[in-house]
Design a protein around this ligand. Structure first.
Ligand code: GLA
Length: 389
C-alpha cells in the first residue's frame, strides 16, 4: 500500500508543506522503497535475499501533541485518521499501516507519545517496490524518535512486520522492512533471514540499476502470497517425516529435495524447488557482484526469473514481456522480475553509459508488445531510513 505518485519530493518542500499543514515546525523522517536484486520469496523460508534501497522515499513529518491521540493526514489521500494510543486496532485505508506500526512498537515496550503526523510518498504504489514498508519504517522511526526512549532499529523492522501480519493480513517476510531500515548507499545487502546476519555487497561501477514497471498492479494481500507461504510449509511438513530436524526449506539441499520428489505433490515440489535453488542463486550472485562477473549475473537473474515463472508461478505475461524487451535492449547486462510477483516491476543491471538507449528501447518494445506504457526508473542504491535535520 502506498500514497503514491510519480512526482519527486525534496526534504525542504516536504518540510514546508508539512509545517503549513501541522501549524508549526516539524521533525522530518524518511524511509526508502526497495528493489530486490535476487532472492524472491526466500525470506519467509528463512533463506537469503539481496535487496537494495531505491532513491524514492516516504516522508513522515511529526509534531508531538498533548494527550494520547495520533492524528494522521497525507498529501495524497483525503482521509485523515485519529486514534488513541490506548486502543490501536486495524483501520480501513492507509492509516492501517500507521496503526499497526504504533501497535508493534508499543508491544515491544516503547512508550509512544501522542503526535500529529503528515505523510507523503514518491514510492510507486502496488509496483512491488515496498511502498508499504517505506510507510511503516518512516512512521516507526518518527514515533520511536518522538517517544524519547532509546530504541534499536530492529524495533522498527519488527513493528513493520507486525503491521503486515496483524493489521494488513499479509504473512510477509522480513526483507522489505530490513532493507528500508538498514540500507547503505552504493550497496545491496545480503541478508540471512534465519539469524538476521547481513553483509554489504558493493554494486560494481560497471552497472546501473534500472527498474521497469509493467504498470500491472500487484495486490500482495491477495491470497496468492499467503498461499505460496502455505505451500512451502506443507513441503517442510512432508520432508520432516523423513528428517524431523528440518526447520525450514533453508535446511534442504537440492539433492535431498530431488530424492524426495515422489513424496511431494508436484505443485509442492515445484514451490520447494524454487526456494532451494533461489537460495543458492543469492549466494552465487553475491560472489558474482564481488567479481564484477556480469555474464554470471545474467545467467543467475535469468534462471531466477524462469524459476519464478515456471516453478513458483508468480510471474505474468507483462513481466515476461518486459524481461524479453529489456534483454534485447542496448546496455542490458541482467534482468528478472522482482518483488512479490503478479505484476509490478523487473530489475535490470545496465551498462551505465547506455541507460538512456536502454530506457527508450525497452519502453518501445514493451509498448509494442502490450499496448502499455512502461515507467522506467534508474536509481542509485540508496541509504536506509533517517531523520532529516
Ligand atoms: C514481498 C514481501 C517480502 C518478500 C517478497 C518476495 O515484498 O513483503 O517479505 O517475501 O514479497 O521476495
Amino acid at each position: 500500500m502506498s500514497l503514491s505518485s510519480s512526482q519527486r519530493l525534496t526534504p525542504a518542500a516536504v518540510r514546508e508543506m508539512a509545517g503549513a499543514r501541522l501549524g508549526g515546525p516539524v521533525r522530518l523522517f524518511r524511509a526508502p522503497g526497495r528493489v530486490n536484486l535476487i532472492g524472491e520469496h526466500t525470506d519467509y523460508n528463512l533463506g537469503f535475499v539481496l535487496p537494495a534501497a531505491i532513491d524514492r522515499y516516504t516522508y513522515v513529518a511529526a509534531r508531538p501533541r498533548a494527550g494520547r491521540e495520533l492524528r494522521m493526514a497525507s498529501a495524497q489521500f483525503p482521509e485523515t485518521f485519529s486514534l488513541s494510543l490506548d486502543q490501536l486496532k486495524p483501520l480501513r485505508g492507509w492509516g492501517n499501516y500507521l496503526a499497526g506500526v504504533a501497535d508493534g512498537l508499543q508491544a515491544q515496550g516503547l512508550p509512544l507519545h501522542a503526535a500529529e503526523l503528515f505523510v507523503t510518498s514518491e514510492v510507486p504504489y502496488g509496483a512491488g517496490l515496498s511502498s508499504s514498508a517505506a510507510l511503516e519504517i518512516s512512521t516507526g522511526l518518527a514515533l520511536a524518535s518522538l517517544s524519547g526512549a532509546s530504541f534499536d532499529p530492529l524495533h522498527l523492522v519488527r513493528a513493520g512486520q507486525h503491521a503486515e501480519h496483524a493489521f494488513a493480513g499479509t504473512q510477509s517476510g522480513v526483507m522489505d522492512q530490513f532493507i528500508s531500515t538498514f540500507a547503505r548507499a552504493g550497496h545491496a545487502l545480503r541478508l540471512d533471514c534465519r539469524n538476521l546476519e547481513w553483509e554489504l555487497v558493493a554494486l560494481p561501477a560497471g552497472c546501473a540499476l534500472v527498474i521497469c514497471n509493467t504498470g500491472v498492479k500487484h495486490e500482495l494481500a491477495g491470497s496468492e502470497y499467503n498461499q505460496r507461504r502455505q505451500e512451502c510449509e506443507t513441503g517442510v511438513d512432508l520432508l520432516r517425516r523423513d528428517r524431523p530436524e528440518i526447520a525450514s526449506l533453508r535446511d534442504v539441499t537440492i539433492a535431498e529435495l530431488t530424492a524426495h520428489q515422489a513424496d511431494l505433490p508436484p505443485v509442492i515440489f515445484r514451490r520447494c524447488r524454487h526456494i532451494v535453488t533461489e537460495n543458492q542463486r543469492v549466494l552465487d550472485a553475491g560472489r558474482a557482484f564481488h567479481d564484477g562477473d556480469f555474464a554470471r549475473l545474467r545467467r543467475l537473474f535469468s534462471a531466477s526469473h524462469a524459476s519464478m515463472r515456471d516453478d513458483y508461478e508468480i510471474s505474468c505475461r507483462e513481466l515476461d514481456l518486459m524481461v524479453a524487451a529489456a534483454e534485447a535492449a542496448p546496455g542490458f547486462l541482467a534482468g528478472r522480475m522482482t518483488g512479490g510477483g503478479f505484476g509490478g516491476c523487473t530489475v535490470n543491471l545496465v551498462r551505465p553509459e547506455l541507460v538512456e538507449p536502454f530506457r527508450s528501447a525497452t519502453a518501445h518494445a514493451y509498448a509494442q508488445a502490450t499496448g502499455r506504457e512502461a515507467e522506467i526508473i534508474a536509481t542509485p542504491a540508496a541509504a536506509g531510513c533517517e531523520e532529516l535535520l
